[in-house]
Design a binder for this molecule. Structure first.
Ligand SMILES: [Zn+2]
Length: 173
């Protein structure tokens, strides 16, 4: 169990379709979950933000995400089974491109089916911040990044420029 290096935008592993987990008790899966937890906690300590992480970000092409915000723990083979018609937009960021923000549109609420660490089938209903976080992390295990979801190419910007703009004219954003 250890903090892992986070793969960055451009690394082809981030673009892979991850494979489902069949047995949650193998050493590979148990270790991956512990590494995701440790890496997320370390990132948050160093950078001051971070609520979730996905296995491909530490180089493991398995359908595993780890959330530490409202829901706490690993979701294996997560799939979105319901989406609200209501949507909202937000500036999204990612450990794999910490200096870039992309404005994306997400469903306001979703239902996610997954298996937990013990192998039990579960459902989770999420809205608002947890909903957009889950959509971001589930995209990762399908090789999709927040920059791909940008509402258009003008809405991919550097974090430093975002901070300048929001200090001057928050309404513009
Ligand atoms: Zn991400």
């Amino acid at each position: 169990m250890a903090v892992q290096e986070i793969l960055l935008l451009g690394n082809p592993i981030l673009r892979k379709q991850c494979s489902p987990v069949k047995n949650t008790r193998t050493a590979e899966i148990v270790e991956t979950i512990a590494n995701l937890r440790d890496t997320l906690q370390d990132f948050r300590k160093r950078k001051g933000f971070g609520r979730g992480i996905a296995a491909p970000q530490i180089g493991v092409t398995r359908q595993i995400i780890y959330i530490d915000f409202e829901y706490h723990g690993a979701l294996l083979n997560p799939t979105i089974t319901k989406r609200s018609r209501k949507k909202f937009t937000l500036w999204d960021d990612c450990f794999s491109f910490p200096d870039i923000l992309a404005k994306v549109e997400r469903n306001y609420s979703i239902e996610v089916s997954f298996i937990d660490e013990s192998g039990a089938r579960k459902k989770l209903n999420a809205e608002g911040s947890l909903s957009e976080l889950l959509q971001h992390e589930i995209d990762h295990v399908n090789g999709i990044l927040a920059v791909d979801r940008a509402i258009d190419s003008k809405h991919i910007i550097l974090r430093s420029e975002y901070e300048k703009l929001s200090a001057k004219q928050p309404v513009m954003l």
